[in-house]
Design a protein around this ligand. Structure first.
Ligand SMILES: [Cu+2]
Length: 359
């Protein structure tokens, strides 16, 4: 056998020496990320013909994915282009020795006023399904104005079944109030009615199918992003609950319905072993309506490759978005990933003035 190429073996020796001195880079070198996040007044179409004004992170609802590794250092420059104040809370992040970055007005900071930029710095000290959301007038801004987006922190040591995952999916559920669709700064009082419900900011049929192949191992991260309770039910498949609020649970268990309330996250693993077309929906019956009309709300369909659709299938010829559940963004390297198809259209600011609040 010829000996290894001398330059190659020398460079391997150098790498080996560096690993000995500095340790395995993937385990000890924290990456640094700098993200830009704007907040803009936009209009999105939640259900067919149902336009809704939102405070959108990077002009989109849901907000862009922030995907980082355990222990990474994250800097986020937030620019408020809206007419009202906001802050950002990094939900789940421990903020150890860093409480001033927790994003709560009156507790850790002042408001980020209209036109201002504010910088947050935090360490990804907790792993799994985290998220970010506004912490000003949360009943309105988070409840019905779309101010939320996912953070996924990859653990250095994932549990065994996570290593089998072939497709990653994020499902953020929330509600909307038609009475306040064009009334920024108002709504979500205790007597207001929530009459639209959504999966990643859209109600069926503006949601999208979940396309899989037989043999896929799909991880779904459920988020209670708005003010409602949801019970997502998978026809034809059980879901193995593996994580709650980002952390692995001691004894994963199988369910066909997952209940989660505001702020909660559950991660589940689904083995795609039953080719066909199976509806996957919120089992709170009222939620699968758009303004009282069934079907609507948080509905998707597990669609297997290679199975023929019925002639009158609800989503025949759908303009398919393979990133509707963030699957493409989650497959990219760590970073902040915008998604064009979540973006709304800018609201014309007729007579709207920027208001400053005083505390
Ligand atoms: Cu806000």
């Amino acid at each position: 056998m010829p000996s290894a190429h001398p330059v190659k073996s020398l460079s391997l020796a150098v790498v080996a020496a560096l690993v000995m001195i500095f340790g395995n880079p993937s385990h000890s070198m924290a990456a640094k990320h700098v993200f830009e996040l704007s907040i803009d007044e936009m209009e999105i179409e939640v259900a067919p013909g149902f336009k809704y004004q939102v405070f959108a992170f990077n002009r989109q609802v849901p907000g862009p994915l922030m995907h980082v590794g355990e222990g990474d250092d994250v800097t986020v420059h937030v620019t408020n282009n809206t007419s009202l104040p906001h802050t950002i809370h990094w939900h789940g992040i421990h903020q150890k020795d860093n409480w001033r970055n927790d994003g709560v007005p009156g507790i850790t900071q002042g408001n980020i006023e209209a036109g201002d930029t504010y910088t947050y710095k935090w360490k990804a000290d907790k792993t799994g399904s985290m998220w970010y959301h506004c912490h000003v007038n949360v009943n309105e801004h988070v409840g019905i104005r779309g101010m939320w987006g996912p953070i996924v922190v990859d653990p250095k040591e994932p549990i065994a079944i996570e290593k089998e995952v072939t497709k990653d999916v994020i499902m953020m559920l929330s509600g909307w109030q038609s009475k306040y669709a064009s009334k920024l700064g108002d709504g979500m009082g205790p007597h207001d009615v929530t009459d639209y419900f959504s999966l990643n900011g859209r109600s069926f049929p503006l949601t999208q199918p979940l396309r899989v192949k037989k043999g896929d191992v799909v991880r779904i991260r459920f988020y209670g992003a708005g003010g409602e309770f949801h019970t997502m039910h998978s026809h034809g498949h059980d879901m193995l609950i593996t994580h709650k609020d980002g952390l692995p649970i001691p004894a994963p268990y199988l369910v066909d319905t997952v209940l989660f309330g505001p702020g909660e996250r559950y991660d589940v693993i689904v083995r795609m072993d039953n080719p066909g077309y199976f509806i996957f929906h919120d089992h709170v019956d009222k939620h699968v309506t758009n303004n009282g009309k069934f079907p609507g709300g948080p509905i998707t369909v597990i669609e297997y490759d290679g199975v023929e659709q019925l002639g009158d299938y609800a989503w025949k010829g759908v303009n398919y978005d393979p990133n509707f559940f963030y699957s493409e963004s989650l497959a990219k390297p760590h970073g902040l990933h915008n998604h064009d198809r979540f973006m709304g259209t800018p609201i014309e600011k007729k007579g709207r003035k920027r208001r400053r609040t005083h505390k």
